[in-house]
Design a protein around this ligand. Structure first.
Ligand SMILES: [Zn+2]
Length: 116
């Protein structure tokens, strides 16, 4: 991701990628303003809670494991996309680096976490 540079009456300015306010006078490598960074960290926390709910497993009275919280869709293309993005979202909110998954790894995560 590259910084957003604008010519601010010839002085140059660097804009936030999220809200487009001027982060700094001059052309710097800054990408995001402090307010948006704080909001992104809040968002990471909220998404982390959501992932935790989706990954939680309980045992039924008949000793069967189940996921009390799931995402469902009757649109197969959206289900396919969820299967692609949920492992990446999970990895990001857990603080790891994103990586390209093999289909086997995706299937393993999907089976383990029951998305959707
Ligand atoms: Zn911003």
């Amino acid at each position: 991701m590259k910084p957003i540079h604008k010519f601010n009456n010839g002085n140059g300015a660097t804009l936030c990628h999220n809200c487009y306010i001027i982060i700094s006078d001059g052309l710097t490598n800054d990408l995001i303003c402090p307010d948006c960074l704080a909001k992104l960290l809040d968002l990471k926390g909220y998404v982390g809670e959501l992932v935790k709910m989706l990954e939680s497993v309980e045992i039924s009275d008949s000793e069967r494991e189940f996921h009390p919280t799931t995402i469902q869709s009757c649109r197969c293309m959206q289900v396919a996309r969820l299967q692609e993005i949920m492992p990446k979202i999970s990895e990001i909110v857990k603080g790891g680096e994103t990586k390209e998954y093999t289909q086997e790894e995706i299937d393993e995560i999907v089976n383990k976490t029951h998305y959707p």
